[in-house]
Design a binder for this molecule. Structure first.
Ligand SMILES: N[C@@H](CCC(=O)N[C@@H](CS)C(=O)NCC(=O)O)C(=O)O
Length: 203
């Protein structure tokens, strides 16, 4: 298997972190976005959308979408289970992952795209929309702070899961959209430090 990735982007980071938690080493090709390597014909032949991650299987099939790739790896390598091991646990983790993808990751991408210099020449930036996305992001950080006030170590059922991977990588990514965990979020700050010392956080 070969993973097309980018060192700084959150979507391939989810896959790298997931693989590291499973103890997997994936052959990885890092594309340089600044040099538009993700829009070069060689990569568009792999993923015509021009986005990472893309996982090329040994028989040639290409999988895209970080969550789909992680689910595939979970099926191949079930332990440790990161999507849950009972019907209820799987539902609770999926519920949290979907919530975070829509309410944390999406506003983080919109804040990044509509305020950061990297995107200025790549799309029509609408700065007030970027500000709306930042406000939504701050609301979401406050919501997660609320979840963590009951003393839980991880987001779902007190064990590390895909929900923590999505939360950690998205909160990290929110920084490039101009939103950081602040003194208003002491539980979230401690949570980020707790997840950040896991070896997978460096993957
Ligand atoms: N929903 C996709 C999102 C993929 C995506 O947006 N990838 C970004 C990096 S996080 C990308 O390749 N961006 C390149 C570009 O838009 O130019 C997933 O979860 O894999």
């Amino acid at each position: 298997m070969k993973l097309y990735s980018n060192a700084f982007a959150p979507s391939p980071r989810r896959v790298r972190m997931f693989a590291a938690e499973k103890g997997l080493t994936l052959e990885t090709v890092n594309l340089d976005f600044a040099n538009n390597e993700h829009h070069a014909p060689a990569f568009l032949a792999v993923n015509p959308v021009g986005e990472v991650p893309a996982l090329v299987l040994d028989e040639g099939t290409v999988l895209t979408e970080s969550l789909a790739i992680c689910r595939y790896l979970e099926e191949l390598y079930p332990q440790p289970s990161l999507f849950g091991s009972s019907a209820l646990e799987r539902a609770r983790i999926a519920q949290c992952v979907d919530h975070l993808m829509f309410r944390l990751y999406v506003p983080a991408t919109q804040a990044f795209k509509h305020t950061h210099a990297y995107w200025a020449t790549r799309l029509t930036q609408v700065l007030p929309y970027g500000d709306v996305a930042r406000a939504l992001l701050r609301e979401e950080l406050t919501r997660i702070e609320g979840w963590l006030t009951d003393g839980r170590a991880f987001l779902v059922d007190d064990r590390f899961s895909m929900a923590d991977i999505v939360a950690y990588t998205s909160v990290e990514f929110a920084k490039v959209g101009g939103v950081r965990v602040s003194e208003e979020h002491p539980q979230l700050k401690a949570y980020m430090a707790r997840i950040g010392v896991r070896p997978s956080a460096k993957a």
